[in-house]
Ligand binder design. Sequence first.
Ligand SMILES: NC(=O)c1ccc[n+]([C@@H]2O[C@H](COP(=O)([O-])OP(=O)(O)OC[C@H]3O[C@@H](n4cnc5c(N)ncnc54)[C@H](O)[C@@H]3O)[C@@H](O)[C@H]2O)c1
Length: 487
Amino acid sequence: MDSPIITPSAVSRRDFIKRTSIGASVLSGVSLPFVHAAGDDTMRAALIGCGGRGSGAASNALSTKPAIKLVAMADVQKNRLDASFEGLTGKHPDRMAVSEDTKFIGFDAYQKAMDQLRPGDVAIVATPLAFRWVHFKYAIEKGIHIFMEKPVIADAPSARRMLELNEEAKKKGIKVGIGLMCRHCRARQELFDRIQDGAIGDIILARAYRMQAPVATCFSEKRDEKLEPSELLWQIKRFHSFLWASGGSFSDFFIHNIDEACWMKNDWPTHVWGSGGRTDRGNFVDQNFDNYTCEYTWKDGTKFFFEGRNISNCQNEFATYVHGTKGMAVVSSAGHAPSNALILKGHVPVRLRESKSARIKKKSGDAPAAVEAAKLPDSVLWAAKQPEANPYDLEWEDFIDAIRNNKPYNELERGVAASVVTSMGRMACHTGQAVTYDGFMQVQHEFSPNSDKLTLDGPAPIKANAEGRYPVPLPGITKDREYNDMA
Ligand SMILES: NC(=O)c1ccc[n+]([C@@H]2O[C@H](COP(=O)([O-])OP(=O)(O)OC[C@H]3O[C@@H](n4cnc5c(N)ncnc54)[C@H](O)[C@@H]3O)[C@@H](O)[C@H]2O)c1
């Protein structure tokens, strides 16, 4: 693919990359020391978005030492907050300082929860991505460090806004963690260093896969208005189905593998093209395709192929491989953790069989051979030390260490860049056009411009047609945006 079509270039990608410093996990920033009243070194945390990952992230945070106390929780659904509170209280009874008065429900709940914190404390944000900039803005105003789950944006206006906000965060020394936990995996960090030192020669190709049965809420049938009277709340509950809420299945599921391939290459792609479609739309009314294929190009011309699929009963793969002039690297081979990272002579992949739970049964095709750690074949030049620590814990250990010891720490630009590169791939497949990094950054279509003004009884950012169906991408027909709103 030689002539990308979406190519406005007022934003210098080179400058952007320079500022993004892809290899580094910690960027510079002014310091905001963690200092409270004499004798009180207990950091306070507030959880905003008390679902599966929010509860997990809070648990990771509360597991760090010395003690952090969770003092407030916020959600738009009371049942999710209650379940999270119960689960966290069971796991961390001595770290929970949330009372009935500091549990908040609603779209403004995040403000009330952050109001329970002092400057230098920490907010944990794990709502769907549409609210990231809203929550980031308030945390900056309050001088609160913030951990935000991935992805951080799904469209260019939000990317630009997040980068602008980050300038303010940097001035105030606010530390920002982004939930791309694989970046904190020690095995992948060592692999990155080895690749940069030439262990596989020059990288000539990368390929990554997230091919699975449909997961989470990526496909949705028509809303039952009796059971779900609020269209907005229903869309939030099924956020993987809607581009405004999550960037769809593409952004939400695929970002980690796309990010780790770019990390190993130490570059963000200049452009991408791709294709995708929905094999069987059936009664589903959401916005996602069920398969996506992308060819990304890095600035030295080398390619990165990404395959994503959400279809049952197919051969699955959840892995990232990087090939060089001297051999190849397995960046991950069966999900996020353990990485089971390897450096291999030649280009025949090997899957390290580290634990029973990590075993994946392969039925056919080009599946890498699974080997026991004790019997590595001669082609393995280096293997990550086992067992590997959990990267979800490591990202919190690194973040809290930076806050407590006042080390520079701001992952926002990297998180935005990873989210942009992921969104570029999605946009390329959804429009049928090639998309450049610069071109994407100038797209004007904002999926949810009023994320800061939504109310529980107000309208949703996207509406269904009379049949209850939501607008879907039409490659080659709708070319400069991913969908048109229903008339
Ligand atoms: N890093 C990872 O590996 C990983 C894994 C899973 C999820 N995630 C990310 O975490 C985020 C949440 O995913 P999840 O699986 O926990 O979803 P979830 O539906 O289980 O939880 C989301 C919670 O946020 C709440 N919420 C929605 N909008 C809100 C708002 N405006 N204010 C307050 N609360 C709000 C919902 O009611 C829900 O309880 C997503 O961005 C997802 O991509 C990351």
